[in-house]
Design a protein around this ligand. Structure first.
Ligand SMILES: Cc1ncc(COP(=O)(O)O)c(C=O)c1O
Length: 461
């Protein structure tokens, strides 16, 4: 077989079965889905069928597929300085760092620095080093339902045991705390009347040394940092109550525990703010970012940390390194993306589109009572909780069916065939986590609701 020509989907799948590892996530669907093109909010299969994408590469392509402005920035860099060992400086790296640090200084009133890497998990690893280096602690708090990546260090603070089970002992495994998942409150309480009971339970851990996290005499915790996602991504786009993080931050500050804010999925306006945590009014010590900053083009990740944590005396040259970190292509796209975010009012645009989308989801909910247990959203991070008829029991089977049917590409609107690309998340894998492109139009949002309606009707039957 000549692999230099474009293979038909069937031949490609046969080759893949033989030669590709199954250890990534491709085989979550069987057979895996092949796409050959993309544009705006759509992916295309080899029949030319458009698939409206409501997940946009888990938010990595937030600014739309083939975004001309960002693609052009990449092309310019290809003709300028496409390659440079990360040991040397180039302008775009420094400008990206300066813009992010200045944004944080303006927003939080705190001076800091930026450190780059390639993928999200790697930036999480770097943040772990920074916390260990600054605090001398290697234990972390993290949330149940939290996801911080799948390298060994990131897996240790990612709640799911499935990601650790086959890889031996994790001596630094995070201590996982209940996340305020109010629709399924672990204590069976209601957010209107609970007075953040779950947060009080966390604060109570510090009342006595016998709760295992705090030495009252030494006034010292065994834990270095609390890893948070303001809105859990893989955990199902769960949106915490208004005052939740303020209370959490009070407890952490009081006990010398740093706050590391993982913005890899929600950063860069997914929730209508540059950083998702701005919706909750606290200032983290470290912010980790990745994904959308390069719109899924050349990967780039990194972190911002307070000066006291990242000052050269504390984190000297060589403290961490990866060959492709701060690569010229990624930083060129990132710089253009940051300029774009400064020039256009993404906050207004994302919130306006999100509100329109959420109104459509609420109508959808009324057409499928019970089976849709909850719809919710902040900015363009939206969720549909799929349940049994009682409106509460998670319905994973139906979720999987809808997900697979969307990928068949045989939904019909007039004479046009469509597919729908969804993403499944949540603790019970019964939540559609929707992350549409920021370039999505009202017509495309209407189309999304129509396609979702067709899928629910087809699969409920
Ligand atoms: C919140 C969060 N943190 C970390 C990661 C890991 O990033 P990467 O997959 O680039 O390693 C992800 C990826 O989905 C994520 O959503």
């Amino acid at each position: 077989m000549d692999t230099s020509e474009t293979l038909k989907a069937a031949d490609l799948l046969a080759l893949e079965r033989q030669y590709c590892s199954y250890g990534d996530t491709v085989h979550y669907v069987d057979p895996p889905k092949v796409f050959v093109g993309c544009e705006g909010s759509y992916l295309y299969d080899d029949n030319g069928t458009p698939y409206l994408d409501l997940q946009m590469w888990y938010s990595a392509a937030s600014f739309g597929y083939k975004n001309q402005r960002l693609n052009n920035a990449l092309k310019r860099q290809l003709d300028g300085l496409p390659q440079l060992a990360c040991q040397y400086l180039h302008a775009e790296k420094v400008e990206v760092a300066a813009r992010i640090a200045r944004y944080c200084e303006e927003r939080f009133g705190v001076k800091g620095r930026v450190h780059f890497n390639v993928g999200g998990s790697q930036a999480i690893e770097d943040s772990l080093k920074i916390v260990r280096n600054a605090t001398g602690k290697n234990l972390m708090f993290a949330f149940m339902g939290g996801y911080h990546g799948r390298t060994l260090g990131a897996s240790a603070i990612t709640s799911s045991y499935r990601y650790r089970r086959r890889y031996g002992h994790f001596s630094d495994r995070g201590q996982f705390i209940f996340y305020p998942y109010c629709f399924r409150c672990i204590y069976g309480l209601k957010p209107e009347t609970c007075n953040l009971y779950c947060q009080d339970q966390f604060a109570r851990l510090f009342e006595s040394e016998y709760f295992g996290v705090w030495d009252a005499k030494a006034r010292e915790s065994e834990y270095g940092a609390f890893y948070i996602e303001a809105v859990q991504g893989t955990g199902g786009y769960v949106i915490p109550p208004r005052d939740y993080f303020k209370r959490l931050a009070e407890t952490c500050r009081k006990h010398g525990i740093l706050i590391v804010d993982d913005e890899i999925q929600m950063g860069f306006y997914r929730t209508g703010k540059f950083w998702a945590i701005e919706n909750w009014g606290i200032t983290p010590d470290i912010i980790v970012f990745g994904k959308a900053l390069t719109n899924g083009l050349n990967p780039l990740s990194g972190l911002w940390a307070r000066e006291e944590l990242l000052a050269p005396e504390l984190f000297p040259p060589g403290s961490t390194h990866s060959t492709f970190s701060s690569n010229t292509l990624g930083t060129a796209v990132a710089l253009e993306a940051l300029k774009m975010m400064e020039e256009e009012n993404y906050e207004a645009m994302v919130n306006e589109k999100g509100a329109y989308f959420l109104a459509g989801l609420r109508e959808l909910d009324q057409r499928h009572p019970g089976v849709i247990g909850q719809v919710d959203g902040i900015g363009l991070a939206l969720r549909i909780e799929v349940c049994k008829e009682d409106g509460f029991t998670p319905n994973r089977e139906l979720t999987d069916r809808i997900f697979a049917e969307g990928l068949k590409g045989d939904l019909q609107i007039g004479r046009q065939k469509y597919g729908l690309v969804l993403d499944v998340g949540g603790y019970y894998k019964n939540v559609f986590t929707l992350a549409p492109s920021f370039t999505i139009t009202r017509d495309e949002i209407d189309l999304a609701i129509e396609l979702l309606d067709q899928l629910f009707r087809r699969c409920e039957a």
